[in-house]
Design a protein around this ligand. Sequence first.
Ligand SMILES: Nc1ncnc2c1ncn2[C@@H]1O[C@H](COP(=O)(O)OP(=O)(O)OP(=O)(O)O)[C@@H](O)[C@H]1O
Ligand SMILES: NCC(=O)N[C@@H]1O[C@H](COP(=O)([O-])[O-])[C@@H](O)[C@H]1O
Ligand SMILES: [Mg+2]
Length: 389
Amino acid sequence: MKKILLLGSGELGKEFVIAAQRLGQTVVACDKYAGAPAMQVADAFEVFDMLDGDALAAAVAKHRPDVIVPEIEAIRTERLYDFERAGVQVAPSARAVNFTMNRKAIRDLAAKELGLKTARYFYATSFEELQQAAEKIGFPCVVKPLMSSSGKGQSVVKAPEELEQAWRYGCEGSRGDIRELIVEEFIRFDSEITLLTVTQKNGPTLFCPPIGHVQKGGDYRESFQSPEIAPEHLAEAQRMAAAVTEALTGAGLWGVEFFLSHDNGVYFSELSPRPHDTGMVTLAGTQNLNEFELHLRAVLGIPIPAITFERLGASAVILSPVATQTPHYEGVEEAVADDPRTDIRIFGKPVARVNRRMGVVVGYEPLGSDLDALRDRVKAAAAKVKVTE
Ligand SMILES: Nc1ncnc2c1ncn2[C@@H]1O[C@H](COP(=O)(O)OP(=O)(O)OP(=O)(O)O)[C@@H](O)[C@H]1O
Ligand SMILES: NCC(=O)N[C@@H]1O[C@H](COP(=O)([O-])[O-])[C@@H](O)[C@H]1O
Ligand SMILES: [Mg+2]
């Protein structure tokens, strides 16, 4: 049995810990606040800022884990190389986690080294550089901090006069100590997908059926598995996902994000070297193993003979409209009352902020059913749940 140090303890970590507990593993859940979702189900927990390299090293020295499993991006990832050299397994690998925590490293690797198709992009370290970059890209363009997730600090800029606001918003939403933004060409995609990809220690790379999703303000609102996509688009996405995960090295589940355009084909966007929020749809039992079970098996080297697609699924998020130290949930009973194939997860975050994701509704139907109707049903159920003070 292995001891796992989980770096980040949100909703994704919570489901990962549940999967690990079911296989008898020991998990120490870490995050910068107490009472985080994954801590509620772990064997032990530590509260510290994972961007603090010394605090991170102290937690590793104290618990002597066999495996470190990052769950968020805000980690002093350079230190992971030291732990890996000292014999601790890092999932999927220190290189993968270090490259993906900063958009610059992963974007340059994908676009320049691997030659994958991405939106055109430039970097900016000052407002003047941002203006020059936006002029070259044209409008609209997308401005994002190099280090952020869930759409924090991200804006679509429609005209030059909006750039100053985008610069300020981007710097404010920037995590860690880097003050640099990326400016991207705005891709008019027809749809976007996450391709959950599994790399194994001993075994071939496996792909889950693609997950379609809808984002607002750079944050996921609903996801569904599996949308109809052109076979050549799927093949191209799988080729790119295999190339980028191979270059990053290691074993685990990855969420590889793509934009699909009827006219322009497939664009690589970014990837998470860990379970993906849109992949929470797999909690609806869409596959033989959900994304958390797949990550665990791949990390521990437990065989995954195949990933099978069992049912259509949809997920819709529950966001808090209020900031409160004492979140309450109304409408849970109503949300699940009418449909036996609808279920809900309340993450148990101790505190609510405006637009913080507090729960998710998942639902399923047999393969071959109407996916749009399923999405509507799941969204309607999620809308019945209200986070209140
Ligand atoms: N260049 C672009 N053109 C059009 N839309 C974009 C572009 N970049 C991002 N978006 C939209 O914003 C969403 C979030 O962007 P991105 O994945 O880069 O941000 P993020 O903060 O890393 O999100 P997360 O951490 O949740 O994956 C995308 O899924 C897409 O809907
Ligand atoms: N897109 C990344 C993502 O969804 N990450 C998930 O959200 C948590 C942070 O939530 P919080 O901001 O509400 O604390 C993370 O810990 C992870 O589970
Ligand atoms: Mg993303």
